[in-house]
Design a protein. Sequence first.
Length: 340
Amino acid sequence: MESIPDTFKAVLVNKGKVYVEEVETQPLKEGEVRVRVEATPVNPSDRMVVEGVYGIKELLNPQPTGMGFEGAGVVVEVHESVGEDLIGKTVALSDNAHCPEYQGVWRQYITKPAQSVIPMPDGIEPSQVCAAYVNPLTTILMINQAKKFGHKALIHGAACSALGKMLVRYANKLGFPVIHVVRRQEQVDILKDIGAEHILDSSTETFDEDLKKLSSELNATAYFDPICGSFCTRVLTQMPAGSTAYVYGALSGEPVTLSPIDIIFYQKSVSYLYLSIWMKEATQEEIKESIGIVVEDLVKGGEIFGSKIHETYSLDNINEAIEAAVKDATKGKICINPQL
């Protein structure tokens, strides 16, 4: 085992201020491993944390608290109750802000229960699997949710995001129809290049009319919405009767409103899609199956679920990393390497 320092760097957030602080190394508890974090992405949900609009406030740890919901690294220490075969293994991991033991992955070292980390085959680098949880599993969950509730096709907003591109590739593999909604022409071209068939640009004058026609033709009655606010209302209004908007993000920071006519006479509704809830409610078999799909793809090169790393930052440049993730969202993932 490598020598573990008495203190290490970790990112904390307090009332909208993000900063780096030295924290004390805690001894491992029974069943735990210590991971040297080498890659962790900046996700839209991280910005929500900074802005104070993430999660159920009653369940979140009081600030200052850590940041970062997923990442990858190398196991460098295990509790004596854990087999030493994990030492030296590259693992993917996640951290749930609603759990009392939440630490945040934006740190040089993190302790996790051994059964919660996903060991990767030899030769896999942490940067290849640092985003193996949130976007890939949410992508799979979208398709599974649509099928579960009998939707024949779905609509996805902000379709040129990293998650949106995964959905293009995964839906194509399964042959599941998706209407991909983007905001400008250059994003249309990007999605066409990776195989998207049905793409609508919300900046065009005919968007509403085109959406109404296409959603009716495909019977697209599920809308997976990362934006929320008035845009969610706009899309749902054009969809067929019996449609549901599944909100999984709040990029607009606005609430959704829906007319009584749509609710009563067209049976339209707003629901949610939240990966953490699914992880709690799903069976171990369901979770293992989804994770297995992701890992199998990543091991083969990540054709579907691989994330392009646009830029990598150190912890000392964390605020620049957050800003870059907002500005360059369509160019690829902004990654943090805590060891830099």
